[in-house]
Design a protein around this ligand. Structure first.
Ligand code: DGL
Length: 249
């Protein structure tokens, strides 16, 4: 039995879980902290503390390998969690960086304020290529998505603002530096005045992970808030059977 822990501040990490389930058989235990999302505007110490609480809860399920399905947590808490729990933690940002380095041309990183402040993608891409990396923090997007706003005028107004620099410079590559954004990938594309290469760090994640596969898959989802809106989004993202449980930590 291989138990895989996957976690995020809310619904976003389900876009990562979706890719994992498609390619690797295992028992998945997901935690999404929708009640306290967004994390991206919180203090660093709060983000580390909340991530620690999530992992402490998931430890009840004998997790063999964790996937940090949140860029914000990845940039801030990976070292802390590895050190504290002495288990493998794979940050989604590693997958995003690896994918990004396969493309030519400049980049826009669209991410939360915390991820932008870390300059993780910018520092590492610029160090390893000739590219220039623009960064835009998109503080409204996670709240909108968590509230079920995944299309319409309100979302478009925010996207228009956040994509201004991309539309002005026709930046060829756009990294979705927050796992919530693949949920609105079509809307992002619709608000671009040109055709960009959109990089979703989760798409190739399973090829980068090495764990012993099971014969079957089970998907257990714990959310700190469950309501009609987020249930609809979960169904929209996941094409597999799953068990949904409300769990406040
Ligand atoms: N999905 C998280 C990420 O990848 C969003 C963080 C937040 O809650 O602001 O960064």
């Amino acid at each position: 039995m291989t138990n895989i822990g996957v976690f995020d501040s809310g619904l976003g990490g389900l876009t990562v879980l979706k890719e994992l389930v498609k390619d690797k058989k295992a028992n998945y235990f997901y935690f999404g902290d929708s009640l306290r999302a967004p994390y991206g505007n919180l203090s660093n110490s709060k983000i580390i503390d909340f991530s620690d609480q999530i992992v402490k809860f998931l430890e009840n399920y004998n997790i063999d390998q964790y996937i940090i399905a949140c860029n914000t947590i990845s940039t801030l808490a990976t070292d802390y969690l590895k050190e504290k729990y002495k288990k493998p933690f794979y940050p989604i940002t590693e997958s995003g960086l690896e994918d990004a380095l396969t493309f030519k041309g400049d980049f826009l990183v669209l991410a939360t304020q915390t991820t932008v402040n870390s300059h993780f993608y910018k520092k590492n891409i610029e160090k390893n290529s000739e590219a220039f990396v623009h960064e835009v923090a998109a503080p409204n997007l996670v709240s909108l998505i968590e509230d079920g706003v995944i299309s319409g005028k309100k979302l478009e107004e925010s996207l228009e603002e956040y994509l201004k620099i991309a539309n002005k410079n026709h930046i060829p590559n756009i990294i979705l530096g927050c796992t919530h954004y693949p949920i609105i990938k079509n809307e992002i594309e619709r608000n671009l005045a040109y055709k960009a290469n959109i990089i979703n760090p989760a798409v190739n994640i399973s090829s980068k992970l090495n764990f012993k596969e099971d014969d079957e898959t089970s998907v257990n989802i714990f959310m700190s808030e469950v309501n009609e809106k987020n249930k609809q989004i979960i169904d929209k993202i996941l094409a597999c059977d799953y068990k949904l449980m409300l769990k406040e930590i």
